[in-house]
Design a protein around this ligand. Structure first.
Ligand code: GLU
Length: 473
């Protein structure tokens, strides 16, 4: 399987993982090749004037699959982006969407830039120019290809992209659906920013509802009190850590960031760490923990759950033997390489894979896209009605029993769901339902004994179905 001393590229790593599932499924070679192939990748070089000097920027957008449209996936702004990475990430989007039943193909984009070196105005001009190129070349529209935030981008960049599209296509009544992850005031949806991190936590909670899986991983029941190491306190890691710390009462005992690692065996207060980072631009100097500059060693701290939420290829054949956790939850895309995955599986370390774990982002992007096409906020039509129904039920109960309902009953029964409630419940339902699909494969197919292979089996079965139904032409 091509494993000499040279490390595999990101795309090769993803493809080898997919191959494992294809072998289990005994899929026809032609269809396998069609599923794995990346449909198209565009590379764009474009000039922008910065401080009176012309700079040329390079960006990519890759469409891995379009069996469902639009193709969907984030755009990252990072100083290390390349074509192979963008294609690997686009492939992961294909499988991710299939696993969580989001009816999209897979895509991804990247711009080679260190966004922190530019002013807001410069970034705006660069983003708008990149978006214009993508739109003109058919790589961005509500119907065919819809970007979203990723590393180094957020709702601000998405608002610029949507506005650029609107100016080029004012006649497109669905212009707002050309990108997701927008600010709420510009067609975004409540709960999108936290969605990936929240989805990670819903995935972990669902895992802990399955006593047999928890036991097989060598963990004691219950998420409360579990010792967690989190790598990355960016958008995904922050929300995941915050919820685990505040709602699940687990202990984040270490946070690994690019400049080192913070450790406190009693558990770190995520909000305080985040405030410290915002203020000082580093985790160094945080008062309630020990700090070491050797961030990589943080991944090797003994813990119950290790959550890589930063970049790809963080657990490799070099450090996989030294990882001392029972459960790895892949909040980032591709944090464990194929070679490391083999080592970890041999060591019986359970891995909840990226294509399932971090699919909460694209799930809520799907809700946003639907909201944009519907041109109405979720809950707007029914909220009052539901509240009235609840109040009437309480009155009926009171009339029948002669007893006053308790305060909590009034609060719970007589409140209608708003958009955030609906988004969270749709996300939770998706993460639970998808876990159960993986579990079904694990329990029914003796050739599958890990969650990653199960996730690819689930995805590939759905994609193959769509190829067979539609045919290749
Ligand atoms: N960039 C996110 C991901 O990797 C979100 C993609 C989306 O919402 O389209 O899943």
């Amino acid at each position: 399987m091509g494993q000499d001393n040279k490390s595999l590229s990101f795309s090769e790593s993803v493809n080898f993982m997919v191959d494992r599932a294809l072998t289990v499924l005994e899929i026809d070679e032609g269809i396998s090749a069609a599923i794995k192939a990346c449909n198209s990748t565009i590379k764009i070089n474009f000039p922008v004037e910065i401080n009176g000097k012309i700079e040329v920027f390079t960006g990519w957008r890759s469409t891995h699959s379009s069996h469902r449209l639009p193709s969907k996936g984030g755009i990252r702004f990072a100083p290390i982006v390349n074509e192979d990475e963008v294609e690997a990430l686009a492939a992961l989007m294909t499988y991710k969407c299939a696993i969580v039943d989001v009816p999209f193909g897979g895509s991804k984009g990247g711009l080679l830039i260190d966004p922190y070196q530019y002013t807001r105005d410069d970034l705006q001009r660069i983003t708008r120019r990149f978006a214009r190129e993508l739109i003109r070349k058919g790589f961005l529209s509500p119907a065919t290809n819809v970007p979203a935030p990723d590393m180094g981008t957020g709702e601000r960049e998405m608002a610029w992209i949507a506005d650029t599209y609107k100016h080029l296509h004012p006649e497109d009544i669905n212009y707002a659906a050309c990108v997701t992850g927008k600010p709420v005031a510009h067609g975004g949806i409540r709960g999108r920013t936290e969605a990936t991190g929240r989805g990670v936590v819903y995935a972990i909670r669902e895992f802990f509802r399955h006593a047999d899986d928890v036991k097989a991983a060598g963990l004691t029941p219950g998420l409360g009190g579990k010792r967690i190491v989190m790598q990355g306190l960016g958008n995904v890691g922050y929300y995941a850590a915050k919820l685990l710390d505040e709602e699940d009462e687990s202990k984040i005992i270490a946070i690994v960031e690019r400049d080192g690692v913070l450790v406190n065996d009693e558990g770190l207060c995520i909000e305080n760490v985040r405030n410290h980072i915002n203020e000082h631009k580093t985790i160094k100097g945080f008062p309630d923990a020990t700090f070491s500059e050797d961030g990589a060693s943080g991944l090797e701290i003994e813990c119950d759950i290790l959550i890589p939420a930063a970049m790809e290829a963080q657990i490799t054949k070099e450090n996989a033997e030294r990882i001392k956790t029972k459960l790895i939850v892949e909040a980032a895309n591709g944090p464990v390489t194929f070679e490391a995955d083999n080592i970890l599986r041999q060591r019986d370390i359970t891995i909840l894979p990226d294509a399932y774990v971090n699919a909460g982002g694209v799930t809520v992007s799907y809700f946003e896209w639907v909201r944009n096409l519907a041109h109405i906020r979720f809950g707007r039509m029914e909220r009052q009605h539901d509240e009235m129904r609840g109040t009437q039920m309480l009155q009926a109960l009171e009339a029948m029993t002669g007893k006053q309902p308790e305060e909590w009953m009034k609060k719970e029964l007589a409140s209608g769901a708003d958009e955030l409630d609906l988004v969270r419940s749709g996300l939770d339902d998706t993460m639970r339902g998808s876990y159960q699909q993986l579990k079904e494969v694990l329990d029914s197919n003796e050739k599958v004994d890990d969650f990653r292979t199960a996730s690819y089996v689930v995805a590939i079965q759905k994609i193959v179905r769509s190829y067979i139904d539609i045919g290749v032409y």
